[in-house]
Design a binder for this molecule. Structure first.
Ligand code: SAM
Ligand code: SF4
Length: 256
């Protein structure tokens, strides 16, 4: 097992010195939430996210785990209380569990100072392998992206035949005691007829669900405008089946 060298070296920027006011944006909002992208690589190729032949950053331009750790502790010292590890696919980064372990030591629940939540967003393909280690590192919740329970559609959407692996990952997360929130991108003509079933399945298995509108992010080969589905439309459909009540739950992001 490798572990992260978290001892400071002189040439690193001193991010430790706390700023008394923390960080505040131009609208006077306190910055307490950090999303940390640890890689741009991924083992899936979701059609709305990246092309099959993706050009990734040269490795030397990607921060080392030590640098990501230093950066994170600098943010914690400046008032960040929640860190979400994301990517690309964070769990394909070699030795990523070492970063979780090192950051986990800053969790208030682990006797640390400042960090109230450490979490991740993942496609779950590697969760079967990592779920228990993540829980041991102090992760309590995980966001998992899943747009369909249909293996053919899954392969079309992600260009990989990995649905069974993802479902095993979700089961492993549950088994490890991690709370799961599923993120599903609502796609016109792709999974729009399946959203209710996806929600029913998730709720029956004890998971929350957040629906996402497809956005024009990154260079992809396919035309995303064809797939754009307003969530207002989805909401109207869901209201025909269920009574919806607004939730006060706040993810720290823009989701409502
Ligand atoms: N690989 C991880 C995963 O898929 O969960 C983490 C990174 S992924 C970029 C984070 C989220 O962005 C996923 O829930 C994915 O569905 C969403 N996403 C990616 N491209 C998107 C797009 N064009 N529009 C809306 N959501 C998108
Ligand atoms: Fe990979 Fe996540 Fe992008 Fe899908 S959405 S290709 S799983 S980074």
């Amino acid at each position: 097992m490798t572990s992260l060298n978290t001892s400071r070296t002189p040439d690193r920027i001193d991010l430790e010195a706390p700023t008394p006011t923390g960080m505040v944006d131009a609208f006077q909002r306190r910055i307490t939430y950090l999303r940390l992208s640890v890689t741009d690589r991924c083992d899936l190729r979701c059609t709305y996210c990246m092309p099959e032949r993706m050009t990734f950053l040269p490795r030397k331009e990607v921060l080392s785990l030590e640098e990501l750790y230093d950066l994170s502790t600098g943010f914690i010292a400046r008032g960040v209380t929640k860190i979400r590890i994301t990517g690309g696919e964070p769990l394909v980064r070699r030795d990523i569990i070492d970063l979780f372990r090192a950051l986990g030591r800053h969790l208030v629940s682990r006797g640390g100072k400042g960090l109230e939540e450490l979490t991740l967003t993942t496609n779950a393909t590697q969760l079967d392998r990592y779920a228990h280690d993540l829980a041991r590192a102090g992760v309590e919740r995980v966001n998992i992206s899943l747009d369909t329970l249909d293996s053919v559609k899954f392969e079309t959407l992600t260009r990989r035949d990995a649905l069974p692996q993802v479902l095993e990952g979700i089961a492993a997360a549950k088994d490890a005691g991690l709370r799961v929130k599923l993120n599903a991108v609502a796609l016109k003509g792709v999974n729009e007829d399946e959203i209710e079933d996806l929600i029913s399945w998730a709720h029956a298995d004890g998971h929350d669900v957040t629906l996402i509108e497809v956005m024009p992010l990154g260079d992809v080969e396919e035309e995303r405008l064809d797939q754009y589905l307003r969530l207002d439309t989805v909401r109207e459909r869901l209201e025909q089946r269920w009574t919806l009540t607004p939730t006060s739950a706040n993810t720290g992001g823009p989701a409502r």
